[in-house]
Design a binder for this molecule. Structure first.
Ligand SMILES: [Fe+2]
Length: 375
């Protein structure tokens, strides 16, 4: 990604992929008013254009002569993960559009489209892409973010300033008041800049932790720290070059094995942000095990901070159940059976029993379960 297109105000280049001349020409006419436009009438030509020219955004028709649109989407997101894709569908099918979102599309548009909706969606997607490109560049060039507290504080100041300048008038703007939640849009975008699936994982783990929080007698500030710490537990993975959530190997126990250092790096990243101390404890200790065999410090039993024990269970449960491309998702019963095998080795037995009860009793379907087959 060249940094020229990170600058707000630079005209983005959009690739219109559609085999029908009518909608393709209509899209090109509308988009030319504020974008550079390329077009392709089939998947092969589209991939050729992508390999030759820097493309920021794609509008992708679902029905192509040589390949199904979703199949091409998977390929594009694998080879060009930073290119944003908007699905254009003539079927009016929410299911296929949702499938596209699951595979990393930024949004979808139903044909026949409304010009205002189209231009708003393209502009919002490009605004977001500029923020994500800036953050990807920052993560590559500012290793001080996970350095000493002083180095990290300086690096965060650069990131916050650049991000704020790209967020003017956007919903993701950094709030002027510095409370714990004002950094959330930036931290959320950092997770998404690394991998949209990592952000989804983080959101689901926070959801599960919040389910637990509402059933445990936690104070309001503990509940807030738990939700925030669960959301940020894998922040350290944003420091890993070319990290892909789908390639994050999951051990039979459901434990992610990739780069053990991510716990410490994540804790160093949030150290200068002024968040509650419990948030840092969760990030640092969510891979510790009840039997002392975890990492990074080999803490044992109740020496592991209580909120980190909850997040350790929640993140493992999500690794088992998440319906992520390239992974096999377990249905609820199979996942709870598997995670139960780790009681007293990986997890606090009482907390695990409670967690399983809470997800089984949850009145709403848990977010990872909505596409998974019934047990
Ligand atoms: Fe982790």
């Amino acid at each position: 990604m060249d940094m020229a297109s990170c600058q707000a105000g630079t005209q983005p280049t959009v690739l219109v992929i559609d085999d029908e001349a009518g909608p393709r020409d209509a899209l090109k006419t509308i988009l030319r008013t504020f974008c550079n436009v390329r077009s392709a009438e089939n998947a092969k030509t589209a991939l050729d254009v992508l390999n030759q020219d820097p493309i920021d955004l794609i509008t992708l028709d679902q029905k192509l002569p040589d390949r199904h649109g979703l199949d091409l989407l998977r390929d594009i997101k694998h080879r060009h993960p930073d290119v944003e894709v908007i699905i254009v569908t003539g079927y009016g099918s929410l299911k296929s559009a949702m499938e596209g979102i699951r595979h990393g599309a930024a949004g979808y548009l139903l044909k026949p489209f409304n010009v205002n909706e189209l231009t708003t969606l393209i502009q919002q997607t490009m605004d977001k892409k500029r923020r994500l490109d800036f953050l990807r560049h920052s993560l590559r060039t500012l290793p001080d973010l996970w350095g000493s507290e002083e180095e990290s504080a300086r690096a965060w100041n650069k990131v916050k300033t650049g991000y704020a300048s790209l967020s003017i008038n956007a919903q993701g703007a950094v709030a002027s008041q510095q409370d714990d939640m004002s950094l959330l849009p930036l931290l959320s975008d950092i997770l998404e800049a690394t991998d949209r699936q990592l952000l989804n994982h983080s959101s689901r783990v926070s959801f599960y932790a919040t389910l637990m929080a509402s059933r445990l007698n936690l104070t309001a500030s503990e509940q807030k720290s738990l939700a925030l710490g669960a959301f940020l537990h894998d922040l350290g993975k944003t420091s890993l070059p070319s990290y892909r959530f789908s390639e994050d190997q999951v051990l039979p126990s459901g434990e992610a094995s990739l780069c053990r250092e991510h716990s410490d790096r994540g804790a160093r990243m949030i150290a200068p942000l002024g968040l509650p101390i419990e948030v840092g404890q969760i990030v640092a200790s969510h891979h510790e095990r009840w039997d002392g065999q975890g990492y990074p410090r080999g803490l044992r039993g109740t020496d592991i901070p209580f909120l980190a024990r909850i997040v350790g269970i929640a993140q493992t449960f999500d690794h088992l159940t998440a319906d992520v491309p390239g992974r096999v998702a377990l249905p609820l019963d199979a996942a709870t059976r598997q995670i139960s095998l780790q009681s007293e080795t990986h997890f606090d037995p009482l907390l695990l029993e409670f967690f399983i009860q809470v997800v089984k009793d949850s009145p709403v379907s848990t977010p990872a379960m909505d596409i998974a087959p019934a047990a």
